[in-house]
Design a protein around this ligand. Sequence first.
Ligand SMILES: [Zn+2]
Length: 305
Amino acid sequence: MLSFLSHSAYDEHKMHDGHPERPERTQSILSHLKETGQWPGFKHLQACPVTDEALQRVHEPLYLKKISASAPASGLVMIDPDTHLCPGSLPAARLAAGAMEQAVDLVLSGQSKRIFSCARPPGHHAEHDAGMGFCFYNNVAVGAATALAHKSIDRVAILDFDVHHGNGTVDIFKDNPSVLVASSFQHPHYPNRYYDIERANIVNTPLKAGTEGSEFRKAIDRDWLPALEKFKPQLVFISAGFDAHTDDPLGDIHLEEEDFKWVTELVVGAAKEHCEGKVISTLEGGYNLDALARSVSAHLQALAD
Ligand SMILES: [Zn+2]
């Protein structure tokens, strides 16, 4: 049974009015899963806050100190032009990152094989020493580094199909051959960092604006499958962003729910081949509330299978 990690404190992370990364995102997912009848099919768990030890595996101590010191008692503090801290932001960010630490323990102790963390803020733009692009802590990186801290694990893969490049994840693991990072993304597009880096463990798949589902599928088959076959991960993570949906306001890639289901099936298939089907997925982007909810539903159908 798929474990579904969430927490009501995610709702307390609110940036300015009109900001696309808003509490309604996770709320719409939860409502949709209840309406469609999927909700009772999951094992529901509350996310726990991340430990300092886990955060320090992926972020610079000075950055962690700086961001904690920046957290306001009221109002908003700007981290970058798109990314603001309110009083509820860091507690939510600690839960979003902590869910990944928790997910690794659940999977490696044999209590769960598939996990989805319905979390916000997202994480994949957060670099080693900087928050950016709606992200403060790199949630998926915390998961991967936590897994590698276990003696039994020395190869983990992170697959990222968000419309934006997972620059933070690439930054954190670019010199760590124990982590395969494969990211598909619209290009040129935000954040325009590390998209052309050349490393054996980094697989960048740029997609031009207007890319349709069929071209996306060809590119993933071409780039991800051979990389996974060669790397043979012992645990697979997904940075599950749904802003490559054709209805999303922040991207210009034309994926539909079926494409997200397809790519999830591909990842689950690879995980079954290499690591007994162990997959941990965490929410990244997705800003059209209806498209996001339907896409997550399709993702979970494939993930639970
Ligand atoms: Zn995104």
